[in-house]
Write a protein that binds this ligand. Structure first.
Ligand code: ADP
Length: 243
């Protein structure tokens, strides 16, 4: 069974073909990287997979079940979590409140019923500890550094216990020490059985962390394989150098 698979995924905006018939399959249990020049369709692909954009054509399958055009909360419920390029937290809620809201966003039915799971706070604290930000539990999210907010966002995503985690530029805007920490966390979370798909411009991070790299150019995959092979691929060099 594959983790995530797409077939002929296509999306255009006006005259721009952002995603052009993408058929790809993630390596289950691996840290998959998605790279490509600016405008090559990576974000649009992420947004289609997570239900934020509807494709014009094609299918998205998760664990062999079709999730094409499902609403974002249903996709989250199916086991796919994601972070955003510009990280999204609720600035005026505390760190702990952000964690508890996160899980409720994916459990709408429970939210409606006003149920409260006594274990949630405990789980929230567990993930905050894993991220090393448990001491900030009572702080308002807006008072955290940008890097700490990124860790909070990842912790909040993990509250839904996703099997597949999509990270949109985890290293963007964070200092080298924190990049190392995020890399270590992703490796640990992967070793525990989670599959990752990471869009990232920081090539050192991608090449050092990923098991399998998919390269997009002009809306479609042009190469894929282990980092060592992808790095040397003439099609990839051409796409990046623009020759
Ligand atoms: P990447 O994430 O690889 O930089 P994107 O998916 O953001 O690429 O963009 C792919 C192409 O689609 C680009 O040409 C971009 O300008 C275009 N595009 C993306 N989103 C929109 C939108 N909402 N409206 C119009 N064009 C868009």
């Amino acid at each position: 069974m594959s983790s995530l698979r797409t077939e002929g995924l296509t999306k255009s905006f006006g005259g721009v073909l952002a995603v052009d018939g993408v058929t790809v399959e993630l390596r289950d249990g691996a840290i998959n990287g998605l790279i490509g020049p600016n405008g090559s369709g990576k974000t649009t692909f992420f947004n289609i997979v997570t239900g934020m954009i509807r494709p014009d054509a094609g299918r998205v399958l998760y664990r062999d079940r079709e999730i094409t055009r499902h609403a974002p909360h249903r996709i989250a419920h199916a086991g796919i979590g994601r972070t955003f390029q510009l990280c999204r937290v609720f600035p005026r809620l505390t760190v702990l409140e952000n964690m508890l809201v996160a899980v409720r966003r994916t459990r709408l039915r429970e939210l409606m019923a006003g149920l409260r799971d006594a274990g949630e706070t405990e789980r929230a604290r567990h993930w905050l500890r894993r991220m090393g930000i448990e001491h900030l539990e009572e702080a308002e999210a807006r008072d955290l550094s940008y890097g700490q907010q990124k860790l909070l966002e990842l912790a909040a995503v993990l509250m839904a216990e996703p099997d597949l985690v999509l990270l949109d530029e985890p290293a963007g805007g964070v200092n080298p020490a924190l990049i190392d920490r995020i890399t270590g966390l992703v490796r640990d979370l992967n070793a525990e059985g989670r599959t990752f798909l990471v869009v990232e411009h920081n090539m050192d991070m991608v090449m050092g962390m990923c098991d399998h790299v998919i390269v997009f150019d002009r809306g479609a995959p042009i190469a894929e394989g282990p980092p060592s092979a992808v790095r040397e691929d003439p099609r990839v060099l051409e796409a990046y150098l623009g020759v």
